[in-house]
Design a protein around this ligand. Sequence first.
Ligand SMILES: *Cc1c(COP(=O)(O)O)cnc(C)c1O
Length: 379
Amino acid sequence: MRKEYLLTPGPSQVPADVLLKLAEPVYHHRTPRFKEMYKSLTEKLQKVFMSSGDIIIFASSGTGAMEASVVNIVPRGKKALCIAGGKFGERWSEICDAFGIAQVRMDVEWGKAADPKAVADALASDPDIVAVYTTLVETSTGVENPIRDIGAVVAATGAVLVVDGVSGAGACEMRVDDWNVDILVVGSQKALMLPPGLAVLTVSAKARALLDSVDNPPAYYFNLRKAVASAAKTDTPYTPPLTLMEALLVAADALVEEGMENVFARHRKYAEAAVAGLKALGLKVYPERPAAALTAVEAPAGIDAEKIRKIAKDKYGAAIAGGQEQLKGKLLRMAHMGYVGPMDIVIGLAALEMALADMGVDVTPGSGVAAAEAVLRSG
Ligand SMILES: *Cc1c(COP(=O)(O)O)cnc(C)c1O
């Protein structure tokens, strides 16, 4: 018998009532029943993301929605500004390359946050930029970017702001309307507490106007203009992933019922507890602006993070993520997004401190857990 605790930044844990919803019989989608469900799902998701815009759903992973928000938005002859400060930020740039879309690439050192002032300068120096692409939580480094400030900069121009909130939205503070986010991209398998397979986008009026100006985008299924037109009739151009949508309604209901301010505060507390616990184990927090959705720390000098991870998973049953690309073997990333409670933080830290002790690292088992508990018990 093996019991596993999923503490990776996607897929993440799924509550039982969401799983049970997935077991219900399938029905037809061109029906009042579907429309009713889609309508209430749209209303709930608008509350979750604090958006008055359109809510579009694709049957894809988060990357599908990222692709849709590039190919439908940047016309030939115009440019994207891609902020790349990690594996996921770089994806914006890679999508542009795959479609031959012109871009200005702003490289941010991994582990650092994007600088709103640099975004303002880039926009001022190139009037061909029609869209700015950035990331709420750069899951590969654990950075949470200053979206509110970037939004203020972009809103003062004609460009739209597109934010990859795949791992952050639903956990970290994210106010689409107030922060001037024109398109927010979210995936089902992170803070939304669903299995993988579904992507959600919010689309503002400013983004819609831009969509309408782009003729013949290189998109068919991912044609955002078509999807927006259907959504206005509470419909979808093609067969919707209605089982996952039904399940998302259960998850979105839970978030709305808890209240988004409480959701944000809960995740901030998890992050604070995780950081306290990991620091007590002598581990250095990697990002300069740590996210509320996951915590990334450096492995002790001379110790392979992948070995720590393997012991935590194989011996103790806690699945924690490692580093990606150039950070492989160097980072440990513990998620605290979505269907997570105080005990998940305790479990993750307990597994890590036992694994570190097993490897002969000088840690006091229990010290990480004790530091986290002090935070979790407060307030
Ligand atoms: C997980 C993730 C994605 C997308 O992943 P998919 O595998 O396509 O769902 C994109 N951006 C961020 C920040 C992520 O964490």
